[in-house]
Design a protein around this ligand. Structure first.
Ligand code: NAP
Length: 275
């Protein structure tokens, strides 16, 4: 009897996942999409209250999920070590954490600069190198790093890129980290990739890019934002966190086994090159 081709949805049952920075925004959306695909999910943020409320929300929205929560400050390597003791092994690691806006390179003090590098680059390295050998030994794993586009296009704030040096530097370093770990993982069945989100409809993006002026609706703000100087989005609107999460979950799925050492843009077409 001929086999029938049936549409499949992503199946991540029996996969343990950790998504850093998943108490809100795109991290929460990714964690929720992983839970919907059947994965066991470890949520993470800095504050215990934030973690508790994200966990409650996830259990409410996805009642069959197996979810845990962890509060650790990733700028501090002792707390990264504590997170690793709490979650010693996973099949899927998504590095999504972190603050966005940073001060101008002329004003930032060295401690603050170091906090960005610690939160994004050092924590990403420590988590990646802790989980990678265990994933490799099992012959399957997924490591993903969230980067970001150069946000130089906000209307009325044309020097955003110049004022976000610590953020941009950290995010660029994560692309190098992801590619390097992909090389280390060659031939093991573990893939390591990065993704570049465009402007996404999260609380952080409003804090970073603009707050709504009094009397302006979100719709008006969105129109003004995407009509702004230098803005080149093909999508012409904010990306919804669930849209971003759907693309990320595909990259984390068994079906994406041939994608490694890559950078996936989920940016609404802002970067105007095909490759
Ligand atoms: N939204 C966008 O348009 C956009 C575009 C490109 C890139 N990005 C990047 O994507 C990532 C997520 O953005 P988002 O908009 O979804 O942000 P968000 O809603 O503010 O979420 C940030 C998450 O990171 C956690 N976090 C922040 N600093 C941390 C630290 N030092 N240690 C541990 N956890 C920390 C927060 O936890 P608590 O608040 O509970 O502490 C929260 O869970 C960020 O790195 C951001 O720069 C965002």
């Amino acid at each position: 009897m001929p086999s029938t081709a049936c549409p499949r949805s992503v199946d991540l049952r029996n996969k343990r996942t950790l998504v850093t920075g998943s108490t809100s925004g795109m991290g929460y959306a990714i964690a929720r999409a992983l839970a919907e695909a059947g994965a066991e999910v470890h949520l993470h943020g800095r504050s215990a209250d934030g973690v508790r409320s994200a966990l409650e929300q996830l259990r409410h929205e996805c009642p069959s999920s197996v979810a845990h929560g962890h509060a650790y400050e990733l700028a501090d390597s002792d707390q990264v070590a504590a997170l690793l003791r709490a979650v010693p092994d996973v099949d899927i690691l998504v590095n999504n954490t972190g603050p966005t806006r940073s001060r101008s390179v002329l004003d930032i003090d060295p401690d603050e600069w170091q906090r960005y590098l610690n939160t994004y680059v050092t924590a990403g390295m420590l988590l990646g190198r802790a989980y990678l050998p265990k994933m490799s030994a099992r012959g399957w794993g997924r490591v993903l790093y969230g980067a970001g586009v150069t946000c130089s296009f906000s209307p009325g704030d044309t020097d955003v890129a110049a004022t976000m040096t610590a953020w941009l530097t950290s995010k660029a370093a994560m692309l190098g980290l992801a590619r390097s770990l992909a090389e280390v993982a060659a031939g093991t069945g573990v893939t390591v990739n990065a993704f570049i989100p465009g402007p996404t409809h999260t609380e952080e993006s409003f804090l970073a890019q603009a707050s709504l002026p009094p009397g302006e609706s979100f719709h008006d703000f969105e129109e003004r934002f995407f009509a702004g100087q230098g803005m080149s989005s093909l999508l012409g609107r904010f990306i919804e966190p669930r849209e971003l999460a759907s693309a990320v979950v595909l990259l984390l799925s068994p079906e994406a086994s041939a994608i490694t050492g890559a950078v996936l843009r989920i940016d609404g077409g802002i970067i105007r090159t095909a490759v």
